[in-house]
Design a protein around this ligand. Structure first.
Ligand SMILES: NC(=O)c1ccc[n+]([C@@H]2O[C@H](COP(=O)([O-])OP(=O)(O)OC[C@H]3O[C@@H](n4cnc5c(N)ncnc54)[C@H](O)[C@@H]3O)[C@@H](O)[C@H]2O)c1
Ligand SMILES: [Zn+2]
Length: 370
């Protein structure tokens, strides 16, 4: 057993149908305790597109039972004797999509971890759910009451950021912040963001916070145009409504971030939005993969086609600093944890404007005895 006086319970996906609103509430066994671990009493957890891909085994077979959720915020209720980063009981912390990796501690040398690029660890990357810790325990996510994680991957949340704002930053936020920052988005850069969902809305807001003054949102319809402009976009392209969209916007951008979660998209036309030496960053991860790529935009405009995977704990801390400094506020809707199945259905129907955050209603920051 977990050796605690609280229960690890959550919404468990038992098979692919869990992505159709069939998760079941139940108990799970967290990883075996190590002194570098913390237990978190969960206050809230965002719903990310990746949760749905995983629940429906869209990226390959999921190891059910799976408790999804990797935008977790809560209070530390137990801290081991060897926790890192000065984390202590009572701290408000967040956990994103990664909750451990080799960190160059195994007998296999990991140059990537030695350089602190933990999110790209090739030896043993542990996803916050559907993963296996170095000690063999399974990882369970944040659609739950409690979570046990290695302390290194928990990040303290600045007092200025409310929990339901911090939650979606932990995955959607850092996944868009890290590549925009890495590729030099700032004043003078012309930026495009494809897909205005959880990730995309952060993409627009980070581009603005980083100082870009030309930010174009690219969506299929114009239904989100007003929202995009309110977030900081300076222009909007509705590809399904304007047959001339490419002719009007060809070679007009320096950096394009694609967050689309399905593959039915004019990908080669998107590449043609970039100017000479432009950078196309794919972060959306459709189950079906990307459409076939043609060479023309790559050759004629010397485009760089790249991707990006979440962010390291340090990236998350940097992002929080920018969010505080520039007062970046995500558009979230809080939903009771009880209604997680309905929230998944609504997410799949494209209803979020722009992130759902599941909230444990009976949450109090102190550990409660059962
Ligand atoms: N690279 C990473 O590290 C990383 C991290 C988190 C999420 N993701 C992936 O990013 C994607 C987006 O996640 P999200 O949580 O923002 O989901 P979301 O549903 O909130 O947003 C996706 C948006 O893309 C739009 N969209 C979907 N298909 C499209 C298409 N073919 N053309 C244009 N627009 C399209 C949707 O309408 C929606 O607005 C998912 O595939 C998710 O798995 C990747
Ligand atoms: Zn995610």
């Amino acid at each position: 057993m977990s050796g605690t006086d609280y229960k690890f319970e959550g919404w468990l996906g038992l098979d692919k149908s869990s992505a159709e609103g069939n998760m079941v509430w139940g108990e799970f066994e967290p990883k075996t305790w190590e002194e570098t671990d913390i237990d978190i009493k969960i206050e809230c957890c965002g719903i990310c597109g990746s949760d749905i891909h995983t629940l429906r085994s869209g990226w390959g077979p999921t190891q059910y039972p799976c408790c999804a959720g990797h935008e977790v915020v809560g209070t530390v209720v137990r801290a081991g004797t060897q926790v890192e980063g000065g984390i202590k009981v009572g701290d408000r912390v967040g956990v994103g999509a990664q909750s451990d990796c080799c960190r160059n501690r195994t007998d296999k040398e990991c140059k990537i971890c030695a350089e602190g690029k933990y999110n790209y660890c090739r030896v043993h990357h542990v996803g916050t759910y559907n993963g296996v810790y170095l000690n063999g325990g399974k990882s369970y996510g944040g659609y739950a009451t409690y979570q046990r994680v290695p302390s290194f991957f928990a990040v303290k949340i600045p007092d200025e950021i409310p929990s339901s704002f911090a939650a979606p930053m932990l995955c959607a936020g850092v996944t868009t912040y890290a590549p925009l920052k890495f590729h030099g988005v700032g004043p003078g850069k012309r930026v495009g963001v494809i897909g205005l969902g959880g990730l995309g809305h952060f993409g627009v807001m980070w581009a603005k916070a980083l100082g870009a003054d030309h930010i174009i949102c690219i969506s299929r319809s114009s239904s989100k145009k007003e929202d995009a402009l309110a977030m900081g976009a300076t222009g909007f392209i509705a590809t399904a409504e304007d047959p001339e969209w490419l002719a009007k916007n060809r070679s007009s951008l320096d950096v394009v971030l694609c967050t689309a979660s399905s593959s039915d998209m004019p990908f080669n036309e998107y590449l043609s939005l970039l100017d000479l030496d432009g950078i196309f960053i794919q972060v959306g991860a459709p189950d079906e993969g990307l459409p076939q790529i043609q060479q023309y935009a790559l050759i004629f405009n010397r485009i760089k086609l790249t991707g990006s995977l979440i962010g390291s704990p340090e990236d998350i801390r940097d992002m929080f600093r920018l969010a505080v400094e520039k007062k970046v506020e995500p558009w979230v809707k809080e939903i009771s944890m009880k209604d997680a199945n309905q929230a998944i259905l609504d997410f799949e129907a494209g209803k979020p404007r722009y992130r759902y955050v599941l909230k444990n209603e009976d949450y109090t920051p102190v550990a409660t005895k059962l």
